[in-house]
Write a protein that binds this ligand. Structure first.
Ligand SMILES: NC(=O)NCCC[C@H](N)C(=O)O
Length: 330
């Protein structure tokens, strides 16, 4: 069988002739984003119930995971997700592809696109590297974290909030820490939901990239969400539903200021901060450094959902792969 443009219509090829990449959350409409979150929640229930239908969803499809950086959660989530959905899986480490011997990234994408349905990629480089891999129409490319954005983390975060609170509209989140890849993704995701509030408290010089703040504010203007960023802990919101932090060292970035720890110290999530919000949950994208961005008491305490959030990476990865690799539902 061939499609109209002569491209073989393999199992995972989309009839539209365009692959469903997820390089940035800006690739998703608000409706697409919400479908992924809802599907992640539904899949969590299906996995827990041992639904045998899951294993047939991507039967005959093949996924690749190409990680040039360390990963515990994301790589395992996507690998486990592919296997649980019945897809085959090929894993590439940093030394495996001929990229290392000078093959271009575009040629690499073109070759792999003839053989894989989806490629999940983590590099420390810019999203532009992944965009070059995605410069073909057959294999969907998923950003499993770049220096700028961590879109699949935000999907796990929203899946966690949706599961815990029952609905996303109207939720108020206080994010404390660097305006990094995790903060960027959260900003581009939460602001799609009406009535949400994202209060960011980022150390001076380590705020959200201006383009992210602008885009998130545009989303907020369209949806009725609020994004407020300040660079001190002086004025905090009155009420929030969740407090979120991230480690102080973000993959693939360096801090030019040797005194950066002094700038970050006031931005620790500790018992004093959590006491201001007695009903709030605590979120963390992990890995955590107890005693730096968060105290052990908060991370390991009863209001922490950090490890539930990590497990939700699996369910949201299953939703992402189902969409990217052409599951019938999408
Ligand atoms: N949950 C994850 O994917 N954790 C990996 C590190 C995330 C963090 N924002 C970082 O780049 O260091």
């Amino acid at each position: 069988m061939t499609s109209t443009d002569g491209v073989p219509a393999g199992a995972g090829r989309h009839h539209s002739g365009t692959a469903r990449h997820l390089l940035t959350l800006a690739d998703l409409t608000a409706a697409d984003l919400d479908r992924l979150v809802e599907r992640g929640c539904a899949i969590a229930a299906e996995v827990r119930a041992g639904d045998p239908a899951l294993a047939g969803i991507l039967r005959g499809r093949v996924a690749g995971v190409y990680f040039t950086r360390t990963s515990t959660r994301t790589r395992t989530a996507f690998s486990s997700a592919a296997l649980r959905l019945g897809a085959g899986l090929i894993a590439y480490g940093p030394g495996d592809l001929q990229l290392n011997t000078g093959e271009t990234i575009e040629d690499t994408g073109r070759v792999l696109s003839g053989m894989l349905d989806v490629l999940v990629v983590r590099t420390a480089g810019p999203v532009a590297e992944m965009a070059a891999l995605a410069a073909q129409r057959r294999m969907a490319v998923v950003n499993a974290m770049s220096a700028e954005e961590h879109p699949t983390q935000a999907l796990a975060d929203l899946t966690t909030l949706r599961a815990r609170f029952g609905a996303l509209p109207g939720l108020r989140v206080l994010y404390v820490g660097e305006g990094n890849n995790t903060a960027t993704a959260l900003s581009l995701a939460l602001t799609r939901y009406p009535g949400t509030e994202l209060h960011l408290r980022t150390p001076p010089g380590y705020g959200l990239p201006p383009a992210t703040a602008l885009k998130a504010k545009e989303y907020g203007a369209a949806s009725g969400a609020l994004l407020v960023e300040r660079h001190d802990m002086a004025q905090l919101p009155q009420r929030v539903d969740a407090v979120y932090t991230t480690r102080w060292q973000t993959t693939g970035t360096t801090k030019p200021d040797p005194d950066w720890r002094a700038a970050f110290a006031p931005f620790q999530v500790n018992e004093t901060l959590m006491d201001r919000y007695p009903d709030a949950l605590f979120l963390h994208d992990l890995p955590a450094h107890r005693g730096e961005e968060v105290t052990a008491g908060v991370l390991d305490g009863p209001r922490s959902v950090a490890f539930e959030q990590a497990e939700n990476k699996l369910y949201s990865a299953m939703a992402v792969l189902e969409r990217a690799a052409g599951g019938d539902r999408w």
